[in-house]
Ligand binder design. Sequence first.
Ligand code: MG
Ligand code: MG
Length: 243
Amino acid sequence: MRSAGRVVAEAHRLVRTLIAPGITTAEIDLAVERLFEQRGAQPLFKGVPGKVPFPAVCCISVNEEVVHGIPGHRALQAGDIVKVDTGCRLDGWCGDSAWTYAVGEVSEECRELMRVGQENLELAIREMGRSERWSQVAEKMESHVRDSGFSVVEQFVGHGIGREMHEDPQVPNFVSKQLLRQDFRLVPGLVLAIEPMVNAGGKTVRILSDHWTVETRDKRPSVHFEHTVAMTDQGPSILTDGS
Ligand code: MG
Ligand code: MG
């Protein structure tokens, strides 16, 4: 899984060099598609079933778009925040990672939101090494977002990952009765895609008529950060940070 994770990390390093005013989201997607081809990796997102199969290698979501944005002709502008989420399978194993990038100078609110989102992912990974069960991690993630004055997206959650991109268990970024019923122990061998989604305004999201793009109902910005993380005997190990 580490090999697949390294290719996903390489995709994000490439994306970081491309992010600039004027580039279209389709151009970013094409660059990642070519990289996966060169590495012999199979893209995981293209063809994911839905009302229409997902048409691209990356989900690219701008500003108020939360996740699952479809790459296209939209050119990035200074002040945008853009979330790029991608995954691949290599030698039968999957990696999945998302990051939020600033395009040029962004607003104070977006900078703060990006800081809190990234901290939330880092906090989750740190707490995985100190907690017995996922609900203890989710509780800390939820409090951190709430204390920052932002909100946690509840309609979409993280997931187990292995031979398939989406495996059990569900990995929510907040505590609910459902989580407490389906809580799980953080044991070595477990591999999770941890992916906090944090909204500047309210938690409510809706799906656009393209059947994929999720945006905030109040149109305020949202951030998304995701790593594939393995529990090992030495604690949590990030597989998609390029190490
Ligand atoms: Mg992802
Ligand atoms: Mg994921």
